[in-house]
Design a protein around this ligand. Structure first.
Ligand SMILES: C[S@@+](CC[C@H](N)C(=O)[O-])C[C@H]1O[C@@H](n2cnc3c(N)ncnc32)[C@H](O)[C@@H]1O
Length: 239
């Protein structure tokens, strides 16, 4: 079941660019894009501790890496993404698997849910696309949607611009992988330097920053867990 939300509030330029990018990548996402994300997806699902009958929201759901396994475990999932094509892929997979998932095509920045209406807010590799104030605003909104005891679990690339040894190790290893690929990798490296330096599409922040956002939103027991390479999970519980 799909609906568009945020009617009347057109996506901002950044979101429109993301829509174009992800509509183009949708058909190939499951054949390359998502394949390296298995460990972080598993870590998010483990931290989410889903139980049958729970109500969950998946922010930036893509083709359903979290929404589908949650629905398989009896969770009532609303899956939100600004790319209609990504949501279309998710809906096809859910239909083939006989799973019922509510979908919404919208930027997560526009999502408006009733206070205290969900047990779980999850997200995987989507929120680094948001501007930093929007990340913080979405975390605050999510804290409001959660019932007491509910959990916010975010998996994402989490690193800063080189202030810590972990940042430098992640940036260094990304550079080396691309350098070793030869001219194609050098071109990709140049593009990534632009994207990350000017924070055009990729706007990761460090684990510490995510912890600050969740604690600032009043969540308890906030923990950040490195998973592999750049990937980490941050989790907090509604008091
Ligand atoms: C790297 S993919 C990850 C998709 C999925 N969560 C996964 O684990 O495979 C990022 C997703 O975030 C979505 N996205 C990016 N910015 C968004 C925004 N502001 N609101 C909603 N979705 C967004 C993209 O359309 C894309 O589907």
């Amino acid at each position: 079941m799909t609906s568009s939300i945020g009617g009347g509030t057109a996506p901002r330029t950044g979101s429109r660019l993301q829509q174009l990018v992800w509509n183009r990548r949708a058909s190939s996402w499951d054949h390359g894009g998502v394949t390296g994300l298995g460990k972080v997806i598993d870590a998010v699902l483990e931290q989410a501790r889903p139980t049958s009958g729970a109500v969950a929201v998946d922010l930036g759901c893509g083709t359903g890496s979290l929404a589908l396994p949650l629905a398989e475990r009896g969770v009532a999932v609303t899956a939100v993404d600004l790319s209609r094509a990504m949501v279309g892929q998710l809906e096809d997979k859910a239909a083939r698997a006989g799973l019922s998932i509510t979908t919404r095509v919208a930027p997560v920045e526009h999502l408006d849910l009733a206070a205290g209406s969900v047990d779980l807010v999850v997200s995987n590799y989507a929120l680094h696309h948001l501007r930093d104030p929007d990340k913080q605003a979405v975390v605050e909104a999510a804290a409001g949607w959660l019932r007491p005891g509910g959990r916010l679990v975010i998996g994402d690339m989490m690193f800063g611009r080189g202030a810590t040894a972990r940042d430098r190790a992640i940036i260094g290893s990304k550079v080396m992988v691309l350098v070793r690929r030869g001219p194609g990798g050098w071109w990709r490296l140049a593009k990534n330097v632009g994207r990350f330096s000017f924070r055009l599409q990729e706007r990761p922040v460090s684990m510490d920053t995510w912890v600050r956002y969740l604690e600032g939103a009043g969540l308890a027991d906030v923990t950040a867990l490195p998973v592999v390479a750049e990937a980490a999970v941050v989790v907090g519980t509604k008091r």
